[in-house]
Design a protein around this ligand. Structure first.
Ligand code: DC
Length: 219
């Protein structure tokens, strides 16, 4: 059984390019886009602003139930405020990966994610889009790339922003995040049984986008 409003789920590890690919595929199809990682990041960001510690699960669950997020033209708006750049830091990402291991927090974000399914369709990217959040998605893609390639990509992005950093440290951070995301008890990152795996190590973003659109047309 698939959903009435079409859903295309893209899961994969940090830095696999799924955010960029999801945005481009959504734009090509005229669909909305859900960046589910942004929700975990926003929770960390808001908790920090409100003085909530990351081990205060009940307070984080309450916070998760009140956040108002919109994804508009590649920007992430929290209650109307543009927080796109503020939530993108490595430190927010690492903390997001930690709170994402807590079952109550994942549960609190479920309905918010499912409410994003509206016509004409949704492209959703994350770690558990195809396995937990949208098990009936019309197409499930699992996008990977080697840890070295993902660290290289991140390094280039940081240099472009004028923020160097050691490549070796990035490989270590990415591997630690993979390990946490793949080995947690709740909703671990793994390919859905009915997903199509794309290894983007040797591919450009546009090649990956074309490949996903090809699978969408031939599903
Ligand atoms: O995709 P991202 O790097 O913005 O996600 C940040 C963290 O949030 C990631 O390390 C794991 C977590 N996450 C998750 O557990 N489930 C999702 N669907 C999306 C993100």
């Amino acid at each position: 059984m698939t959903t009435l409003v079409p859903v295309l789920a893209i899961d994969g590890p940090s830095g696999s390019g799924k955010g960029t690919v999801a945005a481009k595929v959504a734009s090509a199809l005229g669909f909305r886009c859900l960046d589910s990682g942004a929700l975990y990041r926003i929770l960390v960001f808001q908790a920090d602003r409100k003085g909530i510690e990351l081990d205060q699960t009940a307070a984080l669950v309450d916070l998760a139930e009140t956040i108002e997020v919109e994804f508009v033209e590649g920007r992430v708006l929290l209650g109307g405020e543009d927080v796109t750049d503020a939530i993108r830091s490595e430190s927010v990402g690492a903390k997001a990966s930690k709170i994402a291991a807590v079952a109550e927090i994942r549960q609190a974000l479920l309905s918010l994610q499912r409410r994003c399914v509206r016509p004409p369709g949704l492209v959703a990217d994350g770690r558990d889009m195809g396995t937990i959040v949208f098990p009936n998605a019309n197409l499930k893609i699992y996008l990977t790339a080697s840890a070295e390639e993902r660290a290289q990509r991140r390094h280039k992005q940081l240099i472009a922003k004028g923020q160097g950093g050691s490549l070796r440290a990035l490989v270590e951070d990415i591997s630690a995040r993979d390990d946490r995301d793949m080995n947690r008890d709740t909703a671990p990152l793994k390919p859905a049984d009915d997903s199509i795996e794309i290894d983007s190590t040797q591919m450009t973003i546009d090649e990956v986008v074309d490949c996903v659109l090809h699978h969408w047309q031939n599903r």
